[in-house]
Structures are given as structure tokens and as C-alpha cells.
Design a protein around this ligand. Sequence first.
Ligand SMILES: O=c1nc[nH]c2c1ncn2[C@H]1C[C@H](O)[C@@H](COP(=O)(O)OP(=O)(O)OP(=O)(O)O)O1
Ligand SMILES: [Mg+2]
Length: 202
Amino acid sequence: MRKFTGDQLVLASHNKGKLREISALLAPFGITVSSAADHGLEEPEETEDSFAGNARIKAHFAAKATGLPALSDDSGISVDALDGAPGVYTADWAETPNGRDFNMAMEKTWTLLEEKNAPPPRTAAFNCTLCLAWPDGHDELFVGKVEGQVVWPMRGAHGFGYDPIFVPNGFDETFGEMDPAQKHAMSHRAVAFAKLVADCFD
Ligand SMILES: O=c1nc[nH]c2c1ncn2[C@H]1C[C@H](O)[C@@H](COP(=O)(O)OP(=O)(O)OP(=O)(O)O)O1
Ligand SMILES: [Mg+2]
């Protein structure tokens, strides 16, 4: 396991919600954080069929382009009654010709569950794979998961993506209703981040 010894890190993501959350998680470590957009990086194509594969594409692309260590996040929601969909394709379900529409993607998720008559609770999990890659091609991967259920209607204006329809086990509020600090303490991203900190940060 390679330690992170530098003082600069590129966040290899174009998602503002993720950038906000990962910046908050990194805040205590005194690392200068920049984003893919700060470096004018394009979004590489996510051509793999696993979270790990796509996380590696994004982190290595940014590390090579900037000459700095880069941290990527590939994540998504997997709904049990939909055989794990949308999973790796969670962002794709929101794509429209005019950009991403997560209300549409959440409606699609709920409609499919209704059509299947899936009995409640409609169990699901958010998964996150973080990839820390160095310009020399080395990388380390960390995974996190939070289990819960998909609910309807959408609730809450915090967070991003599918947060308004996901209630983690043991809670009544959706991720969209929760205080951001509470999501940071328990999310798929937070779980993966804690492993990264344990292994790579002193
Ligand atoms: O905590 C979360 N709360 C709600 N929704 C979430 C979360 N975490 C991932 N998601 C959903 C939305 C996101 O669009 C997709 C991941 O797709 P994914 O390709 O990994 O990210 P992305 O394209 O939005 O940004 P980027 O690839 O530049 O990091 O899963
Ligand atoms: Mg993406």
C-alpha cells in the first residue's frame, strides 16, 4: 500500500456534488485540492462495466494529464428488485440531449419498481469506489457501500443525484433531507474515504 505523501491532490471528477463532499472529507488534512475543471481536463469516457474500472480510468487520466496524484470516485445506486440497475449506469439514466435530469432518472427508477410490483421495502445500496492514482501509474482502490431503500415521493433539497429517493437503513430521512454532515458521516463515499485515510494518510 503506497502512502500519500504530497501536499496537492487533483479531484478527478466533474460532479459538483461529489467535489463538495470529497473536499469536505479532505478538509482536515491540509492538502491543497484542485478539480479536473481547474486544470481544464476533459471528461474521459467511462467505458468499463465496473465501478473500479471506471474509477481507474478517471484517476489515471487526471494524474497523467496534471503530473499530480489524482483521486476519482465512481459511484451509483443498485436497486435489488431491478437486478442491481442502474448500478454503473446511474449517471447514464439521467442523460438527456440537454444535460442530466435526475428527476427523470428517479422517476424512471420508481416507475420500473411499480411496474414490477416490487414489494416494499425496495432495498437498494449506494456503492462508491475511490481510486487514488499517481502519475507513475500506481494506484490504490477503496470501496464503500451504504444499504437502504428507495422511497417515493422525492424528499429533500440537500445532496445531489438520487439523494431524494434513498433512505439509509436505520434512518427516516432521505439523503436529500439529511444535514450534509450526517450524510458525510455514513455515506458510501464516507465509508470508502475512511479506508483511504486509514491506509494512505498518516
Ligand atoms: O452520494 C450520492 N447521492 C446521490 N446520487 C449519487 C451519489 N453518488 C453517486 N450518485 C449518482 C449520481 C451520479 O451522477 C452517479 C455516479 O456517476 P459517476 O460517473 O460516478 O459520476 P459523475 O459522472 O456524476 O461524475 P464524475 O464521473 O465526473 O466523477 O451516481
Ligand atoms: Mg461520470
